[in-house]
Design a protein around this ligand. Structure first.
Ligand code: FES
Ligand SMILES: [Fe+2]
Length: 350
């Protein structure tokens, strides 16, 4: 049975890295259980339409795309990239039918720093909608581009995926590896948090000194980690005055049981150019470790066990649930969202 409260609407979701969208090619993708067809027109502009022909519902992604025209494979109806019907081949010339009244729903779409975002509205009453929110702030100057690290599909709903992303306590057990940290050197951590417009951030701090990976980047290194709904984690590392690293993980629910994780990366360090492949491997390794534990989690959840959120290590998970509930209420009541998170300090041992 569909759980209406699972997905957050009136927000932007990462559809894919820009490199996945080529001219003259249609890409079908399910997002929040909605079938969407994506493409790129001859001018390079991305578009997103509901992936159903308005005639009999055949997926438009199963048809043809040429000269900025989508053609359905069933009766050949033609649509422009705004979703407006241009031609119905079987209708005899001289007919009074106004084709332009027939429209496919067009999703708002934006491309920023080589990442493609789609807006999923609460209601699709007209042939398109005006977004109520803006595309997430990706920290990066919009003229610069993100590199794509990895995309994986987690066998879990969005809530479990988000909690896996912001949960500090699993790191010791899931991501433990000899060059990163050792389980024997556990330390008490104290982290300060502050609210952001759609979530919360671990305020700028020097990275923990039991993570060897960071000590390579000595000299005034600091990091700020932000989480915002629907499921985006932004890590901004500053190295000295000149350099920065931006590492972003996004979660896009495909449907009620699966969630796509994407990892994108940007760095001004010349070294990352030389170390890009090892770095990418490291990123993939981390995500692979999460995927491994999520496979086990999916098996565990089959028996629908009762779960718990305990103490400060799970505080962020509780905030997520509360933010989500209030976001949904604000959408229903059509009032501005008010973030329930207050500035505070959390402790945990990792
Ligand atoms: S179903 Fe698409 S043209 Fe008939
Ligand atoms: Fe993880």
């Amino acid at each position: 049975m569909a759980d209406n409260s699972l997905f957050l609407k009136n927000l932007w979701y990462l559809a894919f890295h820009g490199s996945f969208l080529k001219k003259d090619k249609l890409v079908a993708k399910e997002i929040l259980g909605e079938r969407i067809v994506f493409g790129r027109d001859s001018a390079g502009q991305a578009f997103a339409l509901r992936d159903n022909c308005p005639h009999r519902g055949v997926p438009l992604s199963g048809g043809w795309f040429k000269d900025d025209t989508l053609q359905c494979c069933y009766h050949g109806w033609e649509f422009n990239t705004d979703g407006v019907c241009k031609n119905i081949p079987a209708i005899a010339p001289g007919s009074t039918i106004d084709f332009s009244k027939i429209r496919v729903f067009r999703y708002p779409i934006k491309e920023v720093s080589d990442t493609v975002w789609v807006y999923i509205p609460e209601k699709r009453l007209h042939h398109t909608v005006e977004p109520k929110t803006s595309v997430p702030n990706l920290i990066l100057d919009p003229t610069k581009k993100f590199l794509h690290v990895e995309s994986v599909v987690l066998p879990a709903n969005i809530d479990h995926s988000v909690i896996g992303l912001i949960d500090p306590a699993h790191v010791t057990f899931v991501h433990q590896s000899w060059y990163w940290r050792s389980a024997k050197k556990l330390k008490l951590k104290e982290k300060h948090f502050a609210p952001t417009p759609l979530g919360f951030k671990m305020v700028r701090h020097a990275p923990s000194n039991n993570s060897k990976g960071y000590t390579v980047l000595k000299g005034g290194t600091s990091t700020e980690i932000t989480f915002e709904i629907p499921g985006n984690r932004y890590e901004h590392i500053q190295i000295g005055e000149k350099h920065e690293i931006i590492s972003i993980t996004t979660l896009t629910p495909l449907n009620e049981n699966t969630t796509e994780l994407n990892h994108i990366f940007y760095s001004t360090l010349p070294a990352t150019r030389w170390f890009w492949w090892p770095l990418k491997r490291l990123g993939k390794k981390f995500i692979g470790q999460d995927l491994g534990v999520f496979m086990k989690l999916a098996r565990g959840l089959e028996s629908n066990p009762t779960l718990m959120l305990i103490g400060e290590p799970d505080a962020q998970a509780k905030w997520y649930h509360e933010i989500k509930r209030l976001w949904q209420k604000a959408q229903q009541d059509n009032v501005p969202f008010e973030n329930p998170v207050k500035e505070q300090t959390l402790h945990w041992v990792t």
